[in-house]
Design a binder for this molecule. Structure first.
Ligand SMILES: Nc1ncnc2c1ncn2[C@@H]1O[C@H](COP(=O)(O)OP(=O)(O)O)[C@@H](O)[C@H]1O
Ligand SMILES: [Mg+2]
Length: 369
């Protein structure tokens, strides 16, 4: 990259959507363009691209339909809707949907997250300041501490918090009634939510990866908001490298725009998309340099495996944890790498992707173990 600003984002910009800095999402700031988490700088750029209403929200037809029904019914009854749980991998639109829910209800959104709440008292303070009909967004709800979780059950079910006054033997709990409100919880790990908490959500929407056509729509919409014209072939090219994730698609779009403005003639066409993504080392399938070096080590150094995680990590000069949590999930999801009891193996598409002949021993689409 020419000037080192390629990876930074679109200027400081206010956090228009009011998200607290550093509180949300699982991943620390990721240097790669194709990791699904967002850092603080990126959130500012994202705020400008967020759909504000349900009908601007691309894809996720099932969840959108269900949610639209839930919200419409609540509006007709003039009551706060049931609590909503949104689950799914990072970057697919959970925070966006939480904001949309509040907007569609014409109410305000309060934002906090599991990790931001250290003590039950923190949550009690938030809850007792809620106004009637407000939406409380609890991001990463699976990371709430146990005592806070228990307080939340009661608040969600009975609209009550028990405020503890005094200490020791003289302490007593004074029940404080809360006005009706709606919790929107978001989690990347629905499986980690204890059943009693999950049960208190009247509606759960699960977000899935987007298909190429949907990502093209996301990209075209974002290009419009950024004030640039994106050629359809370029949209298709970027979509194909975005790992089914709108956040990644929008990020790649911004880098293609950078390239077009600095090194191209300003047009975001197929050639610009390809050239930009070559500079940023995001290949046709959305693999970055680490992903490819894992595949190369697996195929070229270890004959396709099986090879143990630690050995593989040493070969690519990374920590085993990095290989396992950063590179592997997507490689496995794409059917490039398999995990077996004896170690990692390269599947047939991995060889093909590297332009190598597929050895007869390589597993294909089906893998046991
Ligand atoms: N369905 C969608 N349509 C358009 N843009 C989307 C959609 N889903 C996500 N995005 C964009 O992707 C980015 C990340 O979405 P976000 O809601 O923050 O994901 P999550 O909270 O699930 O990690 C946002 O900038 C948002 O504009
Ligand atoms: Mg989020």
């Amino acid at each position: 990259m020419a000037d080192g600003r390629g990876l930074a984002d679109d200027g400081p910009g206010a956090l228009e959507d009011g998200l607290p800095r550093g509180l949300l999402d699982d991943a620390p700031a990721a240097p790669s363009l194709v990791r699904p988490g967002a850092d603080d700088l990126e959130r500012a750029a994202e705020a400008a691209l967020r759909p504000r209403r349900l009908d601007e929200f691309v894809g996720q037809r099932v969840v959108r339909d269900q949610l639209s029904l839930v919200l419409q019914a609540a509006r007709q009854r003039d009551r706060a809707p049931d609590h909503v749980l949104l689950s799914g991998p990072p970057g697919l639109g959970k925070t966006t949907l939480a904001m949309i829910i509040a907007a569609e209800l014409g109410t305000s959104l309060r934002i906090t997250s599991g990790p931001a709440i250290q003590h039950a008292g923190d949550l009690a303070a938030v809850l007792s300041s809620l106004e009637e009909g407000e939406v409380l967004f609890l991001d990463e709800i699976h990371r709430l501490a146990r005592p806070a979780e228990e307080l939340l059950y009661v608040a969600m079910e009975d609209f009550r918090v028990d405020v503890v006054v005094g200490k020791g033997a003289g302490a007593s709990a004074i029940p404080l009634a809360l006005p009706p409100f709606t919790v929107v919880g978001a989690t990347t790990r629905a499986g980690l939510l204890p059943a009693p908490l999950r049960d208190r959500f009247g509606f759960t929407g699960h977000l899935d990866f987007y298909d190429a056509g949907e990502l093209e729509q996301v990209l075209t919409r974002s290009a419009g908001l950024l004030g640039v014209v994106l050629a359809p072939e370029a949209a298709a090219e970027i979509a194909g490298r975005s790992r089914g994730t709108p956040r990644i698609a929008n990020r790649l779009l911004r880098r293609v725009r950078d390239w077009a403005e600095v090194r191209g003639d300003g047009s975001l066409d197929l050639a610009a998309a390809r050239a930009a993504l070559a500079v940023f080392e995001v290949d046709e399938r959305g693999l970055d340099r680490l992903d490819r070096s894992v595949l190369e080590a697996l195929c070229l150094r270890f004959g396709g495996g099986p090879v143990g995680l630690t050995t593989l990590a040493v070969a690519v000069g990374e920590e085993p944890e990095t290989v396992e949590t950063v590179a592997e999930p997507f490689l496995v999801r794409e059917g490039l790498v398999g995990r077996t009891p004896r170690g990692r193996v390269a599947l047939a598409p991995a060889w093909t992707h590297l332009g190598l002949p597929v050895p007869p021993s390589a597993g294909g689409d089906t893998l046991f173990g």
